[in-house]
Structure formats: C-alpha cells, structure tokens
Write a protein that binds this ligand. Structure first.
Ligand SMILES: NC(=O)c1ccc[n+]([C@@H]2O[C@H](COP(=O)([O-])OP(=O)(O)OC[C@H]3O[C@@H](n4cnc5c(N)ncnc54)[C@H](O)[C@@H]3O)[C@@H](O)[C@H]2O)c1
Length: 432
C-alpha cells in the first residue's frame, strides 16, 4: 500500500519505518526541514533502540522516503496518517489541536482520489468529527473517510510495541475502509494482535481512557509506597502480591518518581478538560493529576531531609534524567523539577544520562553534565538514581565514589537495602 505519514516524530517515524518494513511504500512528511534533511542524510533525530537499522534498510530499498513536499506525498498515497503532536494547550490544559487541524487542512488540498485519513495522534473525543468538517470545506464526502487509529507504543520499546501490539484499535463505521486497514495490519494480526473495531469516537475515547488508567495505576502504587514507608512494609512485596491477582496485573505497579513523559501528564489533563466540556466530572483522574504533582514535591522534600535541610554546596549526582530508560525524551520528567530545585538551593549537581547532555539544564547554576558515570559520582555526597537505565543496575558505589560517607537515594529500587547496609552505605529507596 502507499502511505503518507504527516509528522515524523516518535510516533510518525517509528510507524512510517515499520509500515515500510512490512512492504508498504511510505512517505514521511514533516514541516521541520532540518529533521527531513537529517533523515535524508542518514541521521536519526531521536534515540529509539532498533529504529536506525529499520530506517536505513527501508530507505535504501526506497520503500521509505522523507520529504517536506506534502502535496506529492498525499497525492501518491491511499492512506494518510496524521501523527503530529497534541501538546497541552496553554489556554486551558486541554489538547492543543492546532497541528492536527493544520495537517488535515493542508492534506485536504491534495486529495485527488479516495483517501483514508487516519488520526494516530492522541486526540480528544469528537476531534475526528471536526477533522471531517475541515476537509469537507475543500473536498466532497465521497473522496475521503476520517478514521481514528490511536497509537499505544511506548518510547524505548517502540519497535517491539509497533510489531507486537496487544491490540490495534480502529474507529470507523465504514466497512470498506475497515477492511483496507485490516489488510494493512494483517501481518501483525497474523502474529496474534487483536484488531478491534469500534466507532470513531469510541476509538478516541479508548486511547485517553487507557492512558489515564495507567497513570492512575502508577499514582496508586506511589501513594501506597508512601504508606509502606510509614509502616515498615516493602512496597515491592505489595506490588508482587497485588499483581499476582489477574484482575489487577503486575504491570505499571512499580513505585518510583512521579509519572512523566510526553503522554500521561498531557493526556490526563486533556481528558478531564474535555469531560468538563461535556459536563462530566472525572474526579478520579483529577485527583491522580494532583497526586502526581504532589509526588514531585514530596521527593525533593525527602532529599532536603536527607541533608537535614542543609543542601547548600552539597555534591549531588543524578543518574538518569529522562523520564524513562531507552529514550532521550525529557518531556515532563521529574528531573525537570528536581534539578532546578536543588540548583536553587545551592547544591552542586553532576548528572549523567546515557542519552547525552540536556539543553534543559544548560543555563542552570552549578549543574554539569559528565559523560561518564565514574566521573559524575566522584566525591559525591548523594547519588540519586532517577532513571532505570540498565547501566545503573550493577554499580559498585564504593569503588566509583571516593567519599566514604556517600549516600544513595534509589528512586527505582534497583538495589537491595540489606546489601547496601552490609557494605556500609546509607541507602534510601521508595516504599521500603
Ligand atoms: N511519543 C509517544 O510515546 C506517543 C505514544 C502514543 C501516542 N502518541 C501521540 O502521538 C502524537 C505524536 O506524538 P510524538 O511524540 O510523535 O510527537 P513529536 O512532537 O515527537 O512529533 C510531531 C512531529 O510533527 C511535526 N508536525 C507538526 N505539524 C506538522 C504539519 N502540519 N505537517 C508536518 N509535520 C508536522 C513536527 O515537526 C514533529 O516533528 C501525539 O498526539 C502523542 O500524544 C505519542
């Protein structure tokens, strides 16, 4: 099939490359010329394991093309995927849909024969209706169909998630269009993924309801972890004990920092604002948003307590600043709150992240990136493990840090408190 992907970010680039890998011809369009130039010169603008190989292979075979020319890409394709960003609106915390509407409006100019317009971006319920109206301004109804096909991939695991999704949700009542999308996804369905069809609004709702539920699960176990700390209970045991119940499930039940990333924070806000417009109070999700906000404050307070409120001139090392491992994405990471806070309090911060230096911290006082774990931990008073990268899982802290009194705050529970005690390290973790 011939496919056009508008928006070559995390979702668009991964989807475009993987669709090409399934044998389709894919035109990846982006308005960002620099990004397209990079891709055409063999550079991958994002860090995503396995992506570079797939892009390279399909680019060489000419199944995957990168262009700024939306006209040619739309005209040459049967299916147009909208994969542009839907960030939080500055006005009212809802999803800012300007990029989606702009992409739909631009694409509509070049609809020359029947096209399926698929929204992969996460959009509030009824957005598909509005996209349809926008296109109807330029083209007749029999020339297109607007479908919702939300994306569930996770950064860091995006290739695997695209190839082996639990489910493929498609929202449309047009049987012909559903059949076409079913055949596009056939290689994945054959490997066991469920193709789930519902109406367009239903698919839009499924995406937000899923993300808000997962965010709830994280906040839930984070609050239980707070309780465990006061009652001398190990939250890891609680997670395991709860997760063994199939009705609950063990995933997303690991206590840690506040949830972050490009999806949960913005999607939880957007669903509550949209629901308010429909006069529905999503009070559970609202309290999850609040709980997550409080968690960031709670963690920095705990750091202050470790130093008995005397943070000035203390040497603090942060291991990992991205919101999760195997990605370079900093959006809404707890570190964006924690590092500026500690810098303001006068701490001297070294940070290390396998995905490299971050522009977000470049202007902060006494904050340095060191491209080496050892160097960044040397002479540290406190080492904070913020992100669960594999390379932080088996560190010999006694060897890498010369300060014999170094303390560890392990926000990912990667180490055993017992073993840390045995080797004489003052060790703090989450919920135990
Ligand atoms: N990142 C994730 O893990 C993830 C997972 C599932 C769903 N989503 C959803 O997918 C959507 C995209 O997210 P992302 O993280 O890939 O965003 P992103 O910010 O990484 O990429 C969006 C891209 O769209 C481009 N763009 C914007 N307007 C355009 C236009 N008119 N024409 C061409 N290109 C345009 C931008 O230049 C950018 O490169 C969002 O709605 C997000 O909520 C994201």
């Amino acid at each position: 099939m011939k496919i056009c992907v508008i928006g070559t970010g995390y979702v668009g680039l991964v989807s475009g490359a993987c669709f090409a890998d399934l044998g389709n011809t894919v035109y990846c369009v982006d308005k960002n010329k620099k990004k397209i130039d990079m891709l055409n010169s063999g550079e991958i603008p994002i860090f995503e394991p396995g992506l570079s190989e797939i892009v390279k292979k399909n680019y060489i075979s000419k199944r995957l093309r990168f262009t700024n020319d939306i006209a040619r890409a739309v005209k040459s394709s049967d299916i147009i995927f909208i994969c542009v960003g839907t960030p939080t609106s500055k006005k009212n915390k809802s999803a800012d849909l300007q990029y989606v509407y702009k992409a739909a409006s631009e694409a509509s100019k070049y609809i020359n024969k029947f096209k399926i317009i698929v929204t992969k971006s996460t959009v509030p319920v009824t957005t598909g209706d509005k996209i349809e109206k926008i296109i109807l301004k330029k083209k007749k109804k029999n020339l297109f169909e607007v479908v919702s096909n939300p994306e569930f991939l996770r950064e860091g695991e995006a290739i695997r998630d695209f190839r082996f999704p639990d489910r493929i949700v498609v929202g449309s009542n047009n049987k012909k269009v559903i059949r076409k999308l079913e055949s596009l996804y056939e290689p994945l369905i054959k490997k066991g993924s469920v193709f789930f069809q519902t109406n367009r609004r239903g698919a839009e709702m499924i995406k937000y309801a899923s993300n808000a539920f997962l965010a709830t699960k994280i906040s839930y176990i984070n609050e239980i972890a707070n309780f465990c700390e006061k009652t001398d209970v190990n939250v890891e045991d609680v997670s395991l004990g709860m997760g063994l119940d199939k009705r609950i499930g063990s995933r997303f039940l690991r206590a840690g920092p506040a949830y972050g990333g490009s999806c949960f924070p913005k999607d939880t806000k957007a669903i509550t604002v949209t629901a308010d417009l429909f006069k529905t109070n999503l009070s559970i999700i609202k309290s999850v948003i609040n709980s997550n906000k409080n968690r960031k404050i709670l963690l920095v307070k705990r750091i202050q307590k470790i130093f008995s409120n005397k943070i000035k001139n203390k040497k603090i090392t942060i291991l990992g600043v991205t919101f999760k491992p195997n990605t370079d994405d900093m959006r809404q990471s707890t570190s964006l709150f924690m590092i500026p806070f500690l810098s303001k309090k006068g701490a001297k911060i070294n940070y290390y992240d396998p995905s490299g230096e971050k522009k977000e911290f470049s202007k902060l006082k006494n904050v340095s990136f060191l491209n080496d774990i050892r160097e960044s931990c040397l002479n540290s008073d406190l080492i904070i493990i913020h992100t669960e990268w594999d390379e932080f899982k088996t560190l010999d802290f006694k060897k890498i840090c010369r300060n014999k009194k170094v303390k560890i705050y392990d926000m990912r529970n990667l180490y055993s408190p017992k073993k840390m005690k045995k080797i004489g390290i003052t060790y703090y973790s989450i919920g135990r």
